[in-house]
Design a protein around this ligand. Structure first.
Ligand code: ARG
Length: 419
């Protein structure tokens, strides 16, 4: 993917805010007047500096937004604001090393979608569009914004494509242990699981809306591209039976733009090989494959000082990169990505903005000192627009119940704003 557009030069920085938007209450979000107008102003001002030709005059737009807020308690982003807001949210994501591509994000406007069935259909479309036969497109689909009663659409899954974790009698887990809780929740919400159960069973989506109780929706197999993993030299590697999905679509983070919350706004870039190899497949509480690979390589597992772990993890990384390349699926490697990040940071500075970054996330790959990003430190500040992971969203992704569904919550509230 190439960068098609550079941000307009500007000497102004996004207003810093160390404080996250108010989202502590389980079901109610930040659309309240005390917060909304200042945040809307900050955002419009930013748009005015970066996309002036698409804003149509700051004064006029500001007057319009104030009027809309006075009349309805909220305001609606124009298409241009929504697109820019989502891209800026990516640009501001301190943990993401792939941010050089922020101007290429494809924004799918699904704000009119509020029913669970329709949400489901849009998610399938998102997957197909983003996957694009392997030439992955960075994409976000933005569903109806929250209103004064909180989210109107919520996807419980952490990502659109994940694998089930089946708890077994002996205490072990078949599949991805990270999702053992979610797997049980999906069964409670009506999922009919595959038979027999395996290590890579696609989890269904749990979708709830203001009008629909949470329910599990099976993901169509054909919408999901997966890559079987093999190694460029070790033929036995294929016998481990490992695979991974092509597109990481984060589906439970809240997009916050100019005082408006979009609780359902699934987005994806493409994978960095290391995320799959060094973490998903290697972490002891995930697929835990390091020992199996080390054994396959004929290494002695006794002493840490032989670096058998390191050697095995490097080979898993090679297998992942190789397999995605052979399958023609877009994937980054950590060396080129670190260089891209340096270029991104340079561009931000040239544009008069401070590049912010969470060093520990930017450098969490094999042999970090080999990457230029290891030797630099950027301020770690979260500015808006941005993506946030709420406590409720985190709990739902683990398979916990929140007690009250969106629908029940709404039914329990009888007052209206202004009453
Ligand atoms: N680390 C996550 C995973 O392994 C994906 C996070 C997003 N990554 C990305 N390249 N956009 O699935």
């Amino acid at each position: 993917m190439t960068v098609t557009q550079r941000p307009a030069s500007s000497a102004i920085q996004v207003t810093r805010s160390s404080e996250q938007p108010s989202h502590r209450r389980p079901n109610v979000s930040s659309v309240d007047d005390s917060d909304l107008l200042p945040r809307a102003w900050e955002f419009l001002d930013l748009c005015h500096r970066e996309i002036p030709d698409q804003l149509g005059g700051l004064r006029r737009r500001w007057a319009e937004v104030r009027r809309e807020v006075a009349e309805t308690g909220t305001y609606r982003h124009t298409r241009a604001e929504l697109v820019f807001g989502a891209r800026a949210a990516w640009r501001n994501s301190v943990r993401c090393v792939g941010r050089i591509r922020w101007p290429t994000l494809v924004v799918r406007d699904a704000r009119g979608v509020t029913g669970a069935r329709q949400v489901y259909r849009e998610l399938v479309r998102h997957l197909r569009f983003a996957t694009n036969g392997g030439r992955i497109r960075s994409t976000i689909t933005i569903f109806a914004p929250d209103d004064w009663l909180g989210p109107r659409v919520r996807i419980w899954n952490e990502q659109l494509v994940r694998y089930a974790g089946w708890r077994e009698r002996d205490g072990g887990v078949l599949g991805d242990p990270r999702y053992a809780g979610f797997t049980e929740q999906a069964l409670r919400r009506g999922w009919r699981p595959p038979d027999p159960r395996g290590r890579f069973d696609l989890l269904p989506w749990i979708i709830e809306t203001a009008g629909d109780e949470p329910r599990a929706y099976a993901v169509p197999r054909r919408a999901v591209l997966e890559v079987p993993l093999r190694h460029p030299e070790f033929a036995w590697f294929a016998d481990l039976g490992l695979r991974w999905h092509a597109v990481p679509v984060i589906s439970n983070m809240r997009l916050h733009i100019g005082g408006i919350d979009y609780s359902a706004a699934p987005f994806n870039g493409f994978y960095l090989g290391d995320e799959i190899a060094s973490r998903n497949l290697s972490d002891a509480d995930r697929y835990d494959q390091v020992k199996a690979v080390a054994r396959g390589m004929g290494l002695t597992l006794g002493s840490d000082r032989t670096l058998w772990r390191d050697r095995a993890v490097v080979e898993i990384n090679r297998a992942v990169l190789h397999s995605f390349d052979v399958a023609g699926v877009t994937m980054a490697d950590h060396h080129s990505e670190a260089k891209h990040f340096m270029r991104f940071a340079d561009r931000e500075e040239t544009a008069g903005r401070c590049p912010y970054a969470d060093w520990s996330w930017i450098n969490s790959h094999v042999v970090p000192p080999q990457a230029p990003t290891f030797h630099r430190l950027w301020p770690n500040v979260e500015v808006q627009p941005n993506f946030w992971l709420d406590d409720t969203a985190r709990a739902l992704a683990r398979g916990e119940d929140t007690g009250t569904t969106l629908r029940q919550f709404r039914a329990s509230v009888s007052v209206r704003p202004g009453c």
